[in-house]
Design a protein around this ligand. Structure first.
Ligand code: NAD
Length: 317
């Protein structure tokens, strides 16, 4: 298939997350070309047909087609949302082992194509699998990005906005650390329209710190609440992946909370964790180091320790 020159994305794994991402990309007109790859060829081909039928309604032209790993040669961005899901009786560690094996095979095939772009990883456990992709690919850390806590941060901003009755776009707050149970909210630097959160609370006695703590718990446990109701979460993460894609393709230098390799930042190294970072056409330009208070520092350290000890049996550190 002849490639159109421009912003090309290969999506590997067109399940709930991958197909929702392709749908959101098409609707926002972010990519010139979308290549769908999945071990279930029928699923990916069906998605290509379905998405093509919506082209008439899309804001811009996007070339969408089914592909294989050789097509990654010309891709600017490879997004991986492929993977096994946890089966009954299977531990989280079993899942890691299974997904590491899947990732080794996928990343090797992508690199064999001659791919020289940016990887964006969504499959869970995302911080572990992004680290693995960085190791397996040999690409610089700036070009291996995980979705990290971008979704958790979006959920946090939405829920705080809902609580304070302010647009989530005017809430500046981050969830950092592991995309998972050990993540933490950074209340100390959060603000609404430039007013620090603790000052905002004092303005009105119907607001309280206790409510904020409950909001964080709701954010942290969101995936469980959604999975209990509909089996999987995908729209929010798909839109988060599109947001990262847009920051890359439009060379935005936008600050987004993603999983990136720490090399001394936040006093951690050799681990991928969710932190705010500046993203442009080359990938991650730099990490933003938030000034954490002592409690937040301790929580971040704990989160990093959990990920490092999970990585240790598989990667020499
Ligand atoms: P899904 O089961 O619907 O899709 C997975 C797809 O991967 C399937 O189509 C399957 O055929 C494909 N696949 C499996 N092995 C493959 C291989 N070796 N090569 C190519 N394709 C392969 O799952 P989903 O709901 O789309 O979730 C995908 C992943 O995204 C999961 O790990 C999930 O936990 C994760 N997720 C992450 C976030 C986040 O915030 N990062 C949010 C939601 C879901």
């Amino acid at each position: 298939m002849k490639m159109v020159k421009g912003n090309r994305v290969a999506v590997i794994g067109t399940g709930f997350v991958g197909s929702s991402y392709a749908f959101a990309l098409l609707n926002q007109g972010i990519a010139d070309e979308i290549i769908l790859i999945d071990k279930d060829e029928d699923k990916a081909q069906g998605d290509v047909m379905d998405l093509n039928h919506g082209k008439v309604f899309a804001p811009d032209y996007t070339n969408i087609h089914y592909g294989d790993y050789r097509d990654c040669q010309h891709a600017d961005l490879v997004v991986i949302s492929a993977g096994a899901n946890q089966q009954p009786g299977e531990t989280r560690l079993d899942l890691i082992e299974k997904n590491l094996a899947i990732f080794k095979s996928i990343v090797d095939q992508v690199m064999m194509s001659g791919f020289d772009g940016i990887f964006l990883i969504a499959t869970n456990p995302v911080d572990i699998l992004t680290y693995a992709t960085w190791k397996y690919s040999g690409l610089p850390k700036s070009r291996v990005i995980g979705s990290g806590t971008i979704l958790d941060t979006a959920r946090f901003r939405y829920m705080l906005g809902d609580y304070f009755k302010v647009s989530p776009k005017n809430v500046h707050a981050n969830i950092i650390g592991e995309h998972g149970d050990s993540e933490l909210p950074v209340f100390s630097t959060a603000d609404i329209g430039g007013i620090p959160l603790d000052k905002y609370i004092k303005k009105n006695n119907k607001f309280s710190q206790k409510d904020l703590e409950q909001i964080f718990i709701n954010v942290r446990d969101s995936a469980y609440h959604i999975i209990n109701r509909k089996g999987a979460t995908y729209y929010g993460i798909a839109m988060g992946l599109v947001r990262i894609t847009k920051a890359i393709f439009r060379n935005e230098n936008s600050i987004l909370t993603v999983s990136t390799l720490l090399e001394g930042e936040y006093d951690e190294k050799d681990v991928y964790l969710g932190v705010p970072a500046v993203i442009n056409r080359k990938g991650i330009r730099e990490i933003i180091e938030l000034k954490l208070n002592n409690i937040e520092k301790g929580q971040f350290k704990k989160s990093a320790h959990i990920l490092k000890s999970t990585l240790a049996p598989y990667f020499k550190q």
